[in-house]
Design a protein around this ligand. Structure first.
Ligand code: AMP
Length: 397
């Protein structure tokens, strides 16, 4: 049995179900430009509709700061949802009060409605009890299908779970199952790959992962700080000298916990950071004063591939190099493709997410070939840090 209540635990027929989704999707000039998050919410919406629930969707959109702002209206998102569902949905101009109540009252079993941006009210981000009550007035049950907003203890992501019978939606359930399989109870050996720009944004994440992983690969700009901390000159590379002590602490913790830390043995250097700049491969301890490391080198990629080959589970966050700029995408692309091959062969469970990871994997053309790619951003990173996410904790049995 799942550690969290799910839709299976609720009797939804004829009930008004407040479903918290994350429809904070990219949009331009009132048109949704990436509907991935909406698509992921469809299974729960369609299932609840088939079961005869009255589905009321709640979401935030942008950062209107607690006041009404038409630029951050969910109307265009409701239009997109109508197109994806292939039917009309009602839209309430406000998520509480008369506008919301009249839409909710008119609903029939199986209907879907969307309420306006929860962040048009200050009470949302403050998790204000009066605002939670006003939201709850239009629901009998609460389903949270917004893992990507679960790191916030807001009224619609956490507060409602304490006022109404609550459960995880299908997308949330799926995400939690993959995350558990990746880090809480992984098939070992577990390899974690952490890349990206800076150590400073990932200290807690690295400290948590060294305690869990059998192997931890450090790549990207943050590897430079680790090399620097070991006394290796890194020239003009992105580096955080102030964090050398932290990097050493992470390496010591790894040693104490039996986690094999993998740093690049070779690197790709250039004198300028631009596409197709003249570049060379160097041993990582031979970087010259006027050079910068922009990717890890081919021997390091081979070493990482060998480690991935020996692993049963992979958790990946952050690119191994400056992947937006060719040819410094090479290591990220090759390592991602190798991991995808292992997944396809049934030898590896690979879960990835956070920040630029989704973009990096889609650049490598393997976004759909990993076992699971989380689009959750901040919530995924907090989960990698080992934090209890309030929106998830509220759904525990
Ligand atoms: P993050 O958001 O921390 O995952 O960082 C992602 C960013 O790190 C991407 O924009 C990459 O271009 C950048 N990055 C990765 N490796 C390097 C590097 N060696 N030098 C500079 N930037 C890098």
């Amino acid at each position: 049995m799942s550690a969290f209540r799910t839709i299976d635990d609720l009797a939804v027929e004829g009930k008004r179900v407040l479903v918290r989704v994350d429809f904070n999707v990219p949009a331009k000039d009132g048109v949704v430009t990436d509907a991935t998050r909406i698509e992921r919410a469809l299974p729960a919406i369609e299932e609840l509709s088939k079961k005869g629930a009255k589905i009321i969707l709640l979401s935030h959109f942008g950062r209107p700061g607690g006041k009404r702002d038409e630029k951050e209206s969910l109307r265009p998102v409701a239009k997109k949802l109508e197109a994806l569902l292939g039917r009309k949905i009602a839209f309430a101009d406000d998520c509480i009060g008369e506008a919301a109540a009249s839409i909710a009252e008119a609903m029939k079993n199986g209907d879907v409605a969307m309420f306006e941006n929860t962040r048009f009210h200050k009470g949302e981000e403050k998790n204000d009890p009066d605002f939670v009550k006003a939201l709850a007035a239009n629901g009998d049950l609460y389903v949270n299908d917004a893992f990507s907003a679960a790191h916030r203890a807001h009224a619609s992501t956490e507060g409602l779970a304490h006022l109404l019978p609550a459960a995880a939606g299908r997308a949330m359930e799926k995400e939690l199952a993959y995350l558990a399989a990746a880090l809480a109870a992984p098939q070992r050996p577990l390899i974690c790959i952490v890349g990206g720009a800076k150590v400073s944004t990932k200290i807690e994440l690295l400290l948590n992962l060294v305690g869990k992983a059998d192997m931890l690969v450090v790549g990207g700009g943050m590897a430079n700080t680790f090399l620097f901390a070991k006394g290796t000159p890194v020239g003009k590379s992105l580096c955080e000298p102030d964090l050398a002590a932290t990097a050493r602490e992470i390496m010591e913790t790894a040693r104490a916990k039996g986690c094999d830390i993998v740093l690049p043995d070779d690197v790709v250097v250039a004198k300028e950071f631009k596409a197709n700049a003249a570049h060379e491969v160097r041993a990582s301890d031979a970087v010259k004063a006027d050079e910068m490391i922009l990717d890890i080198g081919p021997d390091s990629v081979d070493a990482i591939a060998a480690k991935i080959e020996s692993a049963k589970t992979l958790v990946w966050n952050g690119p191994l190099g400056a992947f937006e700029t060719t040819p410094f995408d090479t290591a990220t692309v090759e390592a991602a493709r190798f991991a995808a091959k292992r997944v396809k062969a049934g030898k590896l469970v690979a879960v990835a997410g956070g920040g630029d990871t989704v973009a990096a994997l889609s650049h490598a053309g393997v976004e759909d070939d990993f076992t699971y790619v989380s689009t959750a951003g901040g919530a995924f990173l907090e989960w990698l840090e080992g934090k209890d996410l309030p929106g998830v904790a509220a759904l525990k049995r």
